[in-house]
Design a protein around this ligand. Structure first.
Ligand SMILES: [Zn+2]
Ligand SMILES: [Zn+2]
Length: 679
């Protein structure tokens, strides 16, 4: 899923609200007045990012500063940053300020390029399809999109023509110029051109918003900016796909045509990105899931609900068995809880207040309302509260592979990655305040060790602290946050701090894993909770005989079994290591003469607990080998007359490597070592 950067539809990037400051007289001036500021005779001292300072006798534009530093920087300048505000290169610095020249090397510069390329796309579309109306075109992860109202869907051929026109416009090096307009004039201007969506956007802007338009050649678009100074800076882009999208994301509105694209500072980076896309496409878990017959989503049952086919179910069982074993060894007890509960439970937990958007509607039975569970937490709390607990029982670690249901928008559903029903590898730890750090340490140990066994060794860790709106005393937040820091320090783990990014009920640690092609996936989360114990009035009797509140830790290590399975499929490209592979070995006979031997050999492996099969079909051995290689089975065991005579099999890996002939015992030794290593 790509996320749209910035919430306001016309907000190009993360530009602070308000955009470049302009004097009032310019704002009220006639239409098409250039927004450049009249030079003021005042000394201006600017501080550059390296700390060096430059003084100018009068106000200076960003482009002027870049030119003053050097001609190379003047050529590379895409925008400027004045005291944290992202501005065009012709924006004028009129008082002492910290200034950075933004180029394609900066994240901000990359956004300016992508945003400007969205305008270039709109310009090309308007030239080729004058009746198309422009709407919005924000920057998204790795690129941008632009939504158009058009009488028919665009075709792939249209896309090619549009991209070619964009290249022509870029080569012409059109200046991109900012203009500040009167609101009514701007509305009239777009209305006249039949651009009713733009007119509507302007009408909806806050009263005090400066209406800035950007002009490049024959094309004028409403925008806060900033943009590249010339289309010549847009050298490396590609339109990637077409989709439908509702105006303002509302399905009651008209359907628009969305064109997606990507843009980079140079061709080399563009090509590297397109290669990554191709690689991701090749690994797409939905396609591999079909090819290997692992899972499906059934239209007849509804979107976002996953059906595990026999081979997928075998992998899931291996994952779950491993998960349970590790948890039991780690001092956890396993729980099972229901899928529904009285709505009142969710009122007590607070979910009907702060989580209702994601919950399915309650169902009525015997004049009572029942709720399908979106989370497992309150159930574990009920078990805790089933009797009075003593400090001697703490910490209590309770884990459950708990299936929950959450209502996701149908447009957001994506294979196994974004679903409506999923099984969390959930656990709750109830402990005393002085036990937090040790418990977090244990959870981190278990997390990193398990993720390691699943083939992940690169992690990115985030610690999120108290947000403005939160429950719990300063004291408990401080102590808990210190405990999380302490545990990370004791594990010697690098982490980044997300100040104020915690949940309202407690601080948290998130762990992202990096897959085989460098993509990051957020899977593990460890969250402290000062809220639920309060809401459920949870207690334990302490050493002093008094009743105290326990601390509750929520944690999921894999996240959900479904999504983690999706990540595994893409990470391994379907080549599961032997411990997870649905079929670990397949025995192939060359002719019918060896059929019985092959069948008995496979049976022997099965009897010893391995996932083995025999393919006795009367097909050419080359055909069978190719087919099982495509099925990514780790070991292919070929049997001809020679193998029957010597009581062996010829072992071949799925990469085509000849591992020599082995007896049943020798092969089991090899396979079990492979499984043991989880490699
Ligand atoms: Zn723009
Ligand atoms: Zn929980």
């Amino acid at each position: 899923m790509v996320g749209v950067v910035g919430s306001s539809p016309i907000a190009p990037t993360r530009t602070p609200k308000g955009g470049p400051c302009l004097p009032k007289e310019v704002q009220r001036g006639p239409p098409l007045l250039f927004a450049r500021r009249v030079q003021v005779n005042v000394m201006v001292e600017i501080t550059l990012p390296d700390g060096s300072r430059r003084t100018y006798e009068s106000a200076m534009s960003v482009a002027g500063v870049a030119a003053d530093i050097g001609p190379g920087l003047a050529r590379a300048a895409l925008a400027g940053n004045i005291d944290g505000r992202l501005v065009d290169t012709d924006a004028v610095i009129e008082q002492d300020a910290r200034v950075a020249i933004v180029t394609g090397r900066d994240a901000e510069g990359l956004e300016v390029i992508r945003h400007s390329t969205a305008h270039l796309l709109a310009q090309a579309v308007k030239q080729l399809f004058p009746s198309a109306q422009v709407t919005i075109g924000p920057v998204i992860e790795d690129g941008f999109y632009y939504d158009f109202a058009f009488e028919r869907p665009f075709t792939p051929e249209d896309l090619e023509a549009i991209e070619a026109r964009m290249s022509e416009l870029a080569e012409r090096g059109l200046s991109v110029v900012r203009e500040v307009w009167d609101r009514d004039d701007a509305v009239a201007f777009f209305q006249d051109q039949g651009e009713v969506y733009k007119a509507e956007i302007i009408r909806d802007l806050p009263e005090n918003e400066v209406i800035s338009l950007y002009r490049q050649g024959d094309f004028v678009d409403l925008c806060r900016g900033p943009h590249v100074p010339s289309t010549a800076h847009l050298k490396a882009f590609k339109l990637t796909k077409l989709a439908g999208a509702y105006w303002r994301g509302n399905s009651d509105n008209e359907m628009l045509q969305r064109i997606y694209g990507t843009a980079w500072p140079d061709k080399k980076q563009l090509n590297a990105y397109l290669k990554r896309l191709e690689e991701a496409e090749r690994r797409d878990h939905r396609r591999i899931g079909r090819e290997l017959d692992l899972f499906s989503v059934q239209e007849h049952a509804g979107g976002g609900l996953v059906f595990w086919h026999p081979k997928g179910a075998r992998i899931r069982r291996a994952m779950e068995d491993y998960w349970r074993d590790r948890h039991v060894a780690g001092g956890y007890e396993l729980l099972y809880t229901p899928h529904i509960a009285l709505l009142d439970l969710w009122n007590t937990s607070g979910h009907t207040d702060f989580y209702s958007e994601s919950m399915y509607k309650p169902m009525e039975e015997d004049n009572q309302l029942y709720q399908l569970k979106p989370m497992n937490c309150p159930f574990h709390v009920l078990i805790y509260k089933d009797r009075l607990r003593s400090y001697r029982e703490l910490p209590m670690r309770w884990a459950e592979l708990g299936t929950v249901y959450r209502h996701e928008m149908s447009g957001a559903l994506h294979g196994l990655m974004r679903v409506r029903g999923f099984t969390q590898d959930d656990a709750h730890v109830f402990c005393r305040e002085d036990q937090i750090e040790d418990e977090i340490l244990k959870i981190l140990d278990l997390t990193l060790s398990m993720l390691g066994d699943f083939g992940f060794s690169q992690f990115e860790i985030h610690l999120s602290t108290r947000p403005d709106k939160s429950v719990g005393s300063d004291q408990i937040w401080d102590r808990a946050t210190e405990a999380l820091r302490g545990a990370l320090a004791r594990k010697n783990l690098d982490y980044s701090l997300d100040e104020g990014g915690g949940a309202f009920y407690g601080p948290k640690i998130d762990v992202k894993i990096e897959d085989a092609i460098g993509r990051q996936w957020q899977c593990s989360t460890i969250q402290l909770d000062f809220n639920l114990p309060e809401r459920f009035d949870m207690e334990y009797v302490a050493e002093d005989g008094q009743r105290h509140r326990p601390i509750m830790i929520h944690r999921a290590l894999l996240g959900s079994i479904e999504r983690f399975f999706g990540v595994l499929i893409e990470h391994f490209e379907g080549r599961f290591p032997a411990w997870l592979a649905p079929v670990q070995a397949v025995v192939l006979n060359i002719t019918d003469k060896q059929a019985e031997y092959a069948r008995i050999f496979a049976q022997g492996l099965q009897n010893r607990g391995y996932r083995a099969e025999a393919d006795l079909r009367n097909e050419k051995i080359g055909f069978k080998i190719r087919e099982h290689t495509l099925q990514r089975i780790p070991y292919l065991l070929v049997v001809g007359d020679r193998e029957v005579d010597s009581g062996t099999v010829a072992v071949r890996s799925r990469t085509g490597e000849d591992l020599g002939s082995m007896s049943s015992d020798q092969f089991v030794e090899r396979l079990s070592a492979d499984i043991e290593s989880r490699g």
